[in-house]
Design a protein around this ligand. Structure first.
Ligand SMILES: Nc1nc2c(c(=O)[nH]1)N[C@H]1C(S)=C(S)[C@@H](COP(=O)(O)O)O[C@H]1N2
Ligand SMILES: [Mo]
Length: 384
């Protein structure tokens, strides 16, 4: 009889691995996916993603932070500083506040579409969202603490704790000192999301926001900021989040987001296959595009599976100048004819990076910005 999860037969904290040929998503990956959701692509219509529709990724458990604990929450700033700080929320609110509209994407977005497929959170293309974050510029906190001359990095610790590939840890990431103290992008210690308190899953009561960088840098439930005189070699920095081809490679660190355009799937979906149904005639194709090297300068659309491309109309950088770190809207029209069609869009950014048609593969499945393909069936008259 099948009684659900069995006894301890497997590895308690399995090492990273690639799925075998034809190996489907495992129950473990499904369990991760069920607690870490993506953005329903129709929500790309919103300039700012409504709460609850923004993607969520949590490595371990969401810490339980009741109001009484929020009131006592302390953010410490210490290490290679002249004056260590311990700041509660009231103290943080006494610093000048900045609000930034920021598009955030998980570095693992696109992972489940890779072949071979790295076994981890099995994102398709929906691990993205845009929020308005309000908080203190990190450079002001670091200036208040005073930097010792030998400081090179800033390490951020979250309040969540777990085990990953055999290593017990708090979630921790670092930034080079020049990034942490820069003003373009301005790194924030955020205490508001879309005008309200941070929801539990997004880092209540404090999180880091690093505009232009993949999600792993935006440490949630932030409780400690430590300046260090040597580069940080913790798990999430030196083991995870590196572009590597072979297990032993030192690899390159994952930093900013590669350019990506997503299309709102047109028409209506089949419940199970998710194939889109449209009627013949004019169909609006629209979506969003972003890059960690903004702005996006061009979005092209194909309706014949990459045989031909045409330019979409893109919200130009000058009109989106108010929100340089947020996605840009694009649109195009298509005259649908009866039959099956494969639609896609691709973005080019200001640094000249173009979304690839073939997969950019690495062992961790990071930064896969290969174009999204949408299958559309155009049928005349009554559908189904
Ligand atoms: N403390 C902590 N911060 C974290 C994480 C985490 O597991 N713990 N996950 C990171 C990853 S991998 C991503 S993609 C983003 C997701 O942020 P969101 O859930 O608010 O969208 O948070 C980052 N910050
Ligand atoms: Mo992520």
């Amino acid at each position: 009889m099948d009684e659900g999860p069995g006894p301890f037969t497997g590895d308690l904290s399995p090492p990273g691995r690639l799925a075998g040929p034809g190996e489907g998503i495992s129950p473990e990956e499904l369990a991760l996916a069920a607690r870490n959701h993506g953005l329903p692509l129709e929500a790309l219509r919103h300039d700012v993603t409504p709460l609850g529709l923004h993607y969520v990724l949590v490595h371990y458990d969401i810490p339980y932070v009741p109001d009484a604990r929020v009131a006592r929450w302390q953010l410490t700033v210490h290490g290679r500083v002249r004056r260590p700080l311990a700041l509660d929320l009231a103290a943080l609110r006494s610093f000048p506040a900045v609000t930034l509209r920021v598009t955030m994407e998980c570095a693992g977005n696109g992972r489940a579409l890779l072949a071979p497929r790295p076994v981890s959170q099995p994102w398709l293309v929906e691990a993205v969202g845009t929020a308005e974050w309000t908080g203190v510029p990190l450079r002001l906190l670091i200036a208040e603490a005073g930097v010792e001359p030998d400081a090179v990095e800033v390490v951020f610790s979250g309040a969540d704790h777990g085990v990953e590939r055999g290593v017990e840890q708090d979630y921790r990431r670092s930034l080079p000192l020049d990034v942490a103290t820069g003003d373009d992008p301005e790194v924030l210690v955020a205490y508001r999301m879309n005008g309200g308190p941070l929801p539990p899953q997004h880092g209540d009561p404090l999180r880091l926001v690093v505009p232009g960088w993949y999600g792993m840098a935006h440490v949630k439930w932030l409780r400690e900021i430590r300046l260090t005189g040597t580069p940080f070699t913790g798990f999430q920095q030196a083991t995870a989040y590196r572009y590597r081809q072979e297990p032993g490679d030192p690899g390159r660190p994952v930093t900013r987001m590669a350019p990506r355009a997503l299309m709102i799937p047109p028409g209506c979906p089949d419940f199970m296959s998710r194939i889109r149904f449209v009627r013949p005639g004019r169909v609006l194709l629209e979506g969003r595009a972003w890059s960690g090297w903004p702005p996006v300068t061009r979005v092209e659309v194909t309706t014949d599976d990459c045989r031909s491309w045409r330019d979409a109309e893109l919200t130009p950088p000058d009109r989106s100048g108010a929100h340089p770190w947020a996605w840009q809207r694009w649109q195009s029209t298509w005259t649908a004819t009866p039959g099956n069609h494969v639609l896609a869009a691709r973005a080019t950014d200001a640094a000249g990076r173009v979304q690839p048609l073939t997969q950019p593969w690495n062992r961790g499945g990071f930064g896969n910005n290969r174009i999204q393909r949408i299958l559309v069936h155009c049928g005349p008259g009554q559908l189904g």
